[in-house]
Design a protein around this ligand. Structure first.
Ligand code: SF4
Ligand code: SF4
Ligand code: SF4
Length: 224
């Protein structure tokens, strides 16, 4: 079935076989990032070493957030190199929860906004006029107009659903392989931070200058 919000441009940013796009290294914060100790900075890790491509996260997201079947807030993409088919490689494609979010900056109605308390980029569907400015402005090409609500949306860490109930995002809950970790990057004691202290992680295209809050742990090859 054709996906009506596409992954087309996101793919351009990914090399055929590599996820390494901008090194974060150990630790989760850089000086450029929003770092108010009083406010949270929610982020997510996708661990490419653990993902098996089952897509249960996609299904859980649709169900939890009432996303139409032909659309998605997140995709798991098969990036396996055809030359080495046994070395499976998947990646998550979704909103990067930019600290400096162009989608928010261009929205004429504030339907696309950053929540004051949590810093999460989310949307108020009733104010959206479907002008698509935000879709054009997003350099990661991960926004879309929901065909049913006729308003723009993005992965907002389940802001109106699970997050509102103090639960982890649906994708994180659904992942049996623990490939997804969600948490507060401004909380030194959080598991996400502890993980980032010991694992090398990268951000998707940091050269865009939007300060994405998603981190990717690329495949680490073992053996010879
Ligand atoms: S990835 Fe796109 S939709 Fe998400 S915050 Fe950044 S600009 Fe907005
Ligand atoms: S499509 Fe909706 S959310 Fe996006 S810029 Fe226009 S009014 Fe704002
Ligand atoms: S549920 Fe987990 S293992 Fe399955 S595709 Fe999603 S991230 Fe990968």
């Amino acid at each position: 079935m054709e996906q009506t919000n596409t992954r087309r441009n996101f793919l351009k940013y990914l090399g055929a076989s590599s996820l390494v796009l901008g090194t974060v290294g150990h630790g989760s914060q850089t000086q450029e990032e929003e770092s108010s100790p009083k406010k949270p900075h929610y982020g997510m890790i996708f661990d490419q070493n653990k993902c098996v491509g089952c897509t249960e996260c996609e299904v859980a997201c649709r169900t939890t957030n009432a996303v139409p079947k032909t659309q998605a807030r997140l995709y798991v993409q098969n990036k396996t190199n055809p030359a080495t088919p046994m070395e499976k490689r998947y990646t998550r494609v979704s909103c990067q929860q930019c600290v400096d979010a162009p989608c928010v900056n261009v929205c004429p109605t504030n339907a696309c906004y950053k929540d004051e308390k949590t810093g999460i980029v989310t949307m108020n569907t009733k104010d959206c006029i479907a002008c698509k400015y935000c879709i054009v402005a997003c350099p990661y090409d991960v926004r879309f107009i929901n065909h049913e609500t006729k308003s723009a949306e993005n992965c907002n860490f389940c802001f109106n659903t699970n997050f509102a109930k103090n639960e982890e995002p649906a994708c994180v809950q659904a992942c049996k392989y623990k490939a997804l970790v969600f948490g507060d990057l401004n909380d030194e004691a959080s598991y996400i931070n502890q993980l980032l202290h010991v694992k090398d992680a990268v951000r998707m295209k940091p050269s865009f200058g939007t300060q994405p809050s998603l981190r990717y742990i690329p495949i680490v090859k073992t053996g010879v």
